[in-house]
Design a protein around this ligand. Sequence first.
Ligand code: PGA
Length: 253
Amino acid sequence: MRKKIVAGNWKMNCLQEEGQKLTSEIVNMIKDEPTADVTVVLNPPYVHLHAVNKLIAGVDRVHLGGQNCSDQASGAFTGEVSAGMLASFGASYVIIGHSERRQYFNETNELLTAKTRQALDNGLQPIFCCGEPLEIREAGTHETYVKDQLTASLFNFTEEELKKIVIAYEPIWAIGTGKTASSEQAQDMHAAIRSHLAGKYGDATANEISILYGGSCKPDNAKEIFSKPDVDGGLIGGASLKSRDFVAIVQSF
Ligand code: PGA
């Protein structure tokens, strides 16, 4: 059985108290209300890691993740945060290659390989993002585009390493726009990703990889999207900032 995962990507949101309030509310709802067997990951900005880690202590299914990490292990890289630091602050996941990082911070496929390497070497599970912009979707070449992103960044890892990676398919045209991919569009792409992984690593490995959908996933569409056979959860942006909405998405399985 593949792991079901719902990860919240807070992006650059929440002052100190807001982050603590959000975390406490999520933790309390998850403790008090029945939820299916879903791994929950909170990915706050770096400065919240320590506090969030304390607040989730003792709630087995809630985990901590970073939103990014350096491609370097340590040293004179002012402003950067290493995968080793994330791990030492209690993180077990890290988002790599979010489209906002690719777009605004010019992160290349090659750089993302190095970041994924750092994550794996430090015991973090990368949540590796891929996804096409609107013009590629309209041109009908989205599957090739996404497969190329995965090949370029991930296909030099070993089978054992690949098994630790979570993939997040996030069509750029659906991120923060309120436009969601239909559940059929999500399923088609997730199946294409899985078959691409199978082509390189074999069916058994491909069937172990959790593939999350991201892009305006909300309580009112999560159930339908998560019902698709190749959709193993979600990477949630906007709706992860509202505790009730985020937990409702967790409960959509
Ligand atoms: P969204 O963001 O849910 O606000 O569309 C998803 C993401 O960027 O991870």
